[in-house]
Design a protein around this ligand. Structure first.
Ligand code: NIG
Length: 392
């Protein structure tokens, strides 16, 4: 059945022609957007929903999470807040807990995290393996993720397991592990960082994955300057994620490429790193995405709204830039910004992923940080959350 959502006070479409509309309406037909435009021109539909001047935008596209995990790292977080630095080696704690968990436990925890994100307006979600680090454990994570999320990334190169020689592990990742995981994933990723995987090791994994037909992503320049951004651009990766420490050369390389810079501000806050240079990236013409990096170690939040508020309040992004980065930018980072599968945009033919705020404009996302503003959500045309609560 078709649904007319009307009385929209401010409609953010991310479509170049439609732009931002006031007094607008959207028509959903099944899983797709059928129409968007001024309310007075809206076609009739089977059901009519009046949103009384609320703001409507595409559902959030969270293009970077690590949700197949078990266990808890509160103690590590507490130590960090007391002055300890974030160390990549903390990943091993989650690896041990994840390996020890049953499939049912991991699937239930993943379901809970996906539901938590959806309730906050995240309608398209990527997640990674990377807390298994053996062939069977990585294959299990990939299968569990593929059953519940939109996009799955193979991150066997997340950490060299303690006691395993690094080069042996790289051979395992680019050989038997990749073979086992490839049927379940669309992307491959590497944590390219000092003390984790260097440029040559990262290149070896990523080129093997590209030969298997996987798209590439890179964790780069998170904990210090490094080769991650340059490698991502060299290999034509869809996205390089973190980008906390960038040189002028990194900025120029990104500006001359199709690689999206995916910024993860909640992670930088939780690890007490500086925030990434969003303004410099945008001013250089780089495509920027915002994502949560939801994981139990460095960034345990599923709130895209928090990332948007932080980007505006602390990273000098405008509200429009931040919302676009958290919707269309994420879609671009996942190469889902065009075609019949398009997400992060509200135009005829795109997936019907709609987020209604209990606010008159997207500005309230930064003006009222920390306030749960999600009022209703449709994912692929199905209404997943709704309330009649109104306070303005
Ligand atoms: O993106 N950088 C690598 N991976 C995660 C951290 C995962 C963890 O600490 O468990 C990140 O921050």
């Amino acid at each position: 059945m078709s649904v007319l959502i009307t009385g929209i006070g401010e409609l953010t479409t991310n479509d170049d022609e439609l732009g931002v509309l006031t007094d607008a309406a959207v028509v959903l037909d099944g899983a797709r957007v059928a129409w968007a435009g001024p309310a007075r021109h809206a076609p009739a539909a089977g059901e009519r929903i009046e949103v009384d001047g609320r703001a409507v935008l595409p559902g959030w596209v969270d293009s970077h999470t690590h949700l197949v995990f078990a266990g808890d790292r509160t103690a590590e977080f507490t130590a960090r807040m007391a002055g300890e630095p974030y160390r990549a080696g903390g990943i091993a704690v989650t690896v041990a807990a994840t390996r020890a968990a049953s499939d049912a436990t991991l699937a239930a925890a993943l379901r809970q995290h996906v539901a938590e994100a959806l309730a906050q307006g995240t309608t398209y979600l990527e997640t990674k393996t990377g807390y298994g680090l053996t062939v069977p454990d990585e294959a299990r994570a990939a299968k569990l993720a593929a059953a519940q999320v939109d996009e799955v990334t193979f991150l066997g190169a997340h950490l060299v397991p303690p006691g395993v020689p690094a080069d042996d592990y790289v051979d395992l990742v680019r050989g038997p592990m990749l073979d086992a995981v490839a049927p379940h994933v669309r992307w491959a990723d590497v944590f390219c960082e000092t003390g984790v995987f260097d440029a040559d090791q990262s290149r070896a994994v990523l080129t093997a994955a590209a030969r298997r037909g996987l798209g590439l992503r890179v964790h780069g320049n998170q904990l210090g300057p490094g080769p991650g951004v340059a490698l991502a651009v060299e290999l034509g990766a869809a996205s390089v994620d973190h980008c906390t420490y960038l040189s002028g050369t990194d900025l120029d390389a990104l500006a001359g490429s199709d690689t999206v810079a995916t910024l993860l501000p909640a992670c930088d806050l939780s690890t007490r790193q500086p925030l990434p240079p969003a303004r410099a990236l945008l001013d250089a013409g780089v495509t920027v995405a915002l994502a949560t990096n939801c994981n139990p170690g460095s960034s345990y939040t599923s709130s895209m709204a928090f990332c948007v508020a932080t980007a505006v309040l602390q990273m000098r992004m405008s509200v429009a830039e931040a919302v676009r980065a958290a919707t269309w930018g994420g879609a671009r980072a996942l190469r889902r910004d065009v075609g019949p599968d398009a997400v992060g945009v509200l135009r005829p033919g795109a997936r019907a992923d709609v987020h209604v705020l209990n606010a008159p404009s997207i500005t309230h996302l930064a003006y009222r940080p920390g306030v749960p503003l999600t009022w209703a959500v449709w994912r692929a045309g199905a209404r997943v959350r709704g309330t009649t609560h109104s306070i303005w």
